[in-house]
Design a protein around this ligand. Structure first.
Ligand SMILES: Nc1ncnc2c1ncn2[C@@H]1O[C@H](COP(=O)(O)OP(=O)(O)OP(=O)(O)O)[C@@H](O)[C@H]1O
Length: 750
């Protein structure tokens, strides 16, 4: 290694050492704060207790962050033309007032992903620092002076190549070191409205979606923290594959769910066969569900017998059926759901019984009241008009006679074999809405200081809040107290400032008691918890359309091209007041009812105005494999340009499929991740111990170094959009693709 380079590495090592040293100090501080917090309780005053909780919570959050971001903490450096130098990392770390490390999501770090020789943004050198543990092992520089030749094709070529060439493990890894400019633009697009991110296989759509979640959380923590961001992926295999990309995206901050997990209490992983998925995914199912829920429950008694004033009153099946029809008509006219229909049911039964009374010697209303109080009537009612739950009602479809208006009711009925499929999830969700008293998702608690933004009058705060009143200056509020614990006047004094710097999670701007604006305790260089001293009043936060009671404020939808109309309704319900990031590739649409265009999909989601970003370069599939896969691509869709040339491709006609698969697995490079992809049926029957055999329906979003696709003709024949399914299977390979077939290849591949 040249001497200059060794010196440069040594210089970077000093910075990295200082950052880790500082990190240790911060950890010690956070632990001390935690200890101090526990100490507060000893005074046992109410203030002590709330302070303790706030301090301990605060310290725990910080410790978690400091601990999770250890690996590859420092990864970049920017040198500006005015001599300024920043180091970029996964976390903001500050030494006093000096930023030691700038968080990659902070505004100051943006040029790391945006600067090019053509548009250097003041940057003269962009450096990627490679570390192993805490040791700097290599550097990669882009020099961005005007005399640098042309524009750089990619940012940090050396680092990017290194990232792409390392073997893929069972989980996706983050790309914070090598995010490319077009990806960065998508990641940092404004949160509001709908951002549509399109691109072919391997263009980094999933990565962009996840980094965007991290970015939004960082830039607007006040709004998005506490599970207000929902990320939806196609399958549980996919969500576990991407679940560890950004450790900072803990379950507390972002909900990561497969479509099959969107309804509380259900985890569906199985997909229905295409013909059934087509029935369940269609909006016609809405009418079917409405018919279904008013039907007589299979367990309902078909006779009511009541002794009244010495007479035996009997309602037979026909009477009961007429009564049920009456209840339904009245409820539908009034917009009452089945679970709210009990009073109507009582009235209809009582009216029916009244017609059986011989020689009426009572007023019908008094009769109804008297009957309703009878124990045997109550027991009958509980069985005849039971409270309905979505699983209870949906399971009735196992009887084909109940699927009113469905052409292929037998196939539908056969799909109900005990467990729920992913395609049932939208139906369960729909029924929860239709049946009434839908189980409300638990509401994330809204911090009090945020509520103050929306209301007026003095209220208690839940966290330490530094508040700046226009007239009365700075005040520090503690949890649970209506009055400030420190009042600093118009100019904040050093003590209050110090206190705020340690504790304040937010700075609030008030006019008297009315809160007119607020801002997180953040600084632009990215150290969380650092509260800058504000000379000027804060800008007033833009009013938010979303009612606070709504759960999600941003919904990120990956593989969105695949949603059926009924699945769109599930998402739309959760995103009614949310801004959205919609990510997908129409070329990979496999659901029989998938939309043909993005405007159609967005309309199904109830969204219109979009900001569209297209990712054009593929980072997974090398060109040779991409060219072969593109033969399966729907005509009219532009194939992706691969960043990497080459790739090993082998297409073989064989007699013994299973033997050939074994052989291909054996020949895969040592240490490479290998996957065999076949039709769902074949994948289930292939007996290959120790080999990852995946049904084609579950490989969306995944990737492996070496992929073996078995019998493409069967994959195509298995479903209406089988060619798209094959395209997905052929685009999973990072280095090598082997296609094995006994039947002739589909015509387009030949
Ligand atoms: N800027 C980058 N630096 C390093 N690796 C990258 C970059 N962008 C993408 N990749 C890698 O390329 C691969 C494909 O990325 P990703 O899965 O996000 O693409 P995708 O567009 O979602 O693909 P698909 O549509 O097939 O699901 C991943 O291994 C990812 O880590």
């Amino acid at each position: 290694m040249p001497a200059g380079r060794t010196q440069e590495i040594a210089a970077e090592q000093r910075v990295v050492d200082r950052v880790y040293e500082r990190l240790e100090e911060l950890r010690a501080q956070a632990r001390a704060l935690e200890g101090e917090g526990h100490g507060r309780a000893s005074g046992n005053t109410a203030v002590g207790l709330v302070e303790r909780d706030a301090i301990v919570h605060r310290a725990a959050v910080r410790l978690h962050e400091l601990d999770t971001e250890e690996e590859g903490l420092v990864f970049g450096r920017l040198d500006f033309d005015d001599g300024e130098i920043y180091h970029i990392g996964r976390l903001g770390v500050r030494d006093g007032h000096e930023p030691l490390l700038v968080d990659w999501r902070a505004p100051a770090a943006a040029p790391f992903y945006r600067a090019t020789a053509g548009d250097p943004l003041g940057v003269v050198r962009r450096r990627v620092i490679f570390c192993r543990g805490q040791a700097v092992v290599d550097l990669d520089d882009d020099v961005l002076t005007p005399d640098a030749v042309g524009d750089l094709r990619v940012l940090g070529e050396g680092a990017l190549l290194a990232a792409l060439r390392r073997s893929r493990g069972p989980h996706m890894r983050d790309i914070v070191t090598t995010i490319q400019r077009e990806q960065d633009e998508a990641i940092r697009a404004p949160a509001r409205g709908v951002t549509l991110i399109t691109g072919g296989p391997g263009t980094g759509k999933t990565q962009v979606a996840l980094h965007r979640a991290a970015y939004l959380l960082y830039t607007d923590r006040g709004r998005f923290t506490g599970g207000r961001i929902l990320v939806v992926g196609p399958s549980t295999v996919f969500t576990s594959y991407i679940g560890r990309v950004l450790p900072s995206l803990g379950e507390d901050s972002v909900h990561l769910r497969a479509i099959g997990e969107l309804v509380d209490g259900v985890t569906a992983t199985r997909r229905d066969r295409a013909e059934v998925a087509e029935i369940k995914g269609s909006e016609r199912m809405l009418g079917v569900l409405v018919e279904l829920m008013w039907q007589t429950p299979p367990t309902a008694p078909d006779r009511l017998r009541l002794v009244y004033a010495g007479q035996v009153l009997t309602l037979d099946a026909a009477d009961l059926s007429a009564a049920r029809t009456r209840v339904r008509e009245r409820c539908q006219a009034a917009g009452t759901p089945p679970n709210g229909a009990r009073p109507e049911a009582v009235a209809a039964l009582a009216a029916a019984l009244w017609t059986k009374v011989d020689g009426a010697h009572l007023d019908p209303e008094l009769f109804a009241d008297e009957v309703a109080e009878r124990g045997e009537f109550e027991r009958f009612l509980r069985a005849w008009w039971p409270p309905l739950t979505p699983p209870l009602v949906l399971a009735w479809l196992a009887d084909p006679a109940r699927a009113v208006g469905v052409d292929n009711a037998e196939a539908l009925a056969a799909s109900y074999r005990g467990d729920w499929s992913v395609d049932d999830v939208p139906l369960l969700d729909e029924l929860a809405e239709l049946l009434g008293t839908p189980p409300k998702p638990p509401r994330a608690p809204e911090p009090e200081w945020r509520l103050r933004e929306l209301t007026s009058g003095p209220r208690l705060v839940e966290t330490f809040v530094l508040s700046c009143g226009l007239r009365d200056g700075w005040e520090l509020y503690a949890p649970g107290l209506a009055t400030p614990i420190a009042v600093a006047g118009p100019a904040i004094d050093n003590d209050a400032y110090g206190v705020a710097q340690r504790w304040a999670e937010a700075i609030i701007l008030r006019e008297g008691q009315r809160v007119v604006g607020w801002q997180d305790g953040f600084d632009p260089h990215g150290e969380e918890g650092y509260v800058p001293l504000l000379a000027d009043p804060l800008p007033v936060q833009e009013p938010d359309d979303a009612p606070v009671e709504d759960r999600y404020l941003h919904v990120i939808l990956d593989e969105a091209q695949d949603l059926s109309p009924m699945e769109c309704r599930v998402i739309a319900r959760r995103a009614a007041y949310a801004s959205m990031t919609v990510v997908g590739d129409l070329g990979q649409a496999t659901h029989p009812l998938a939309s043909d265009s993005w405007p159609e999909l967005l309309a199904r989601l109830g969204k219109r105005e979009v900001r569209e970003l297209d990712l054009r370069t593929g980072y997974r599939v090398p060109q040779r494999i991409a060219d072969f896969a593109a033969r399966a691509l729907t005509p009219g869709i532009e194939p992706t340009r691969s960043y990497q040339p080459g790739g090993a491709l082998s297409v073989r006609a064989v007699d013994d499929l299973v033997g050939a698969v074994r052989e291909a697995v054996r020949q895969a490079p040592a240490g490479a991740t290998v996957a065999v992809i076949a039709t769902d049926e074949l994948a289930g029957s292939l007996d290959l111990p120790g080999v990852t055999v995946l049904p084609a329906s579950l490989v969306k979003g995944l990737e492996f170094d070496h992929v073996i696709v078995v019998e493409p003709a069967d994959i195509v024949a298995a479903e209406p959009r089988g060619m798209n399914r094959l395209y997905v299977a052929l685009t999973r390979a990072v280095a090598g693709l082997v296609v094995l077939h006994r039947k002739p290849l589909p015509a387009r591949l030949r």
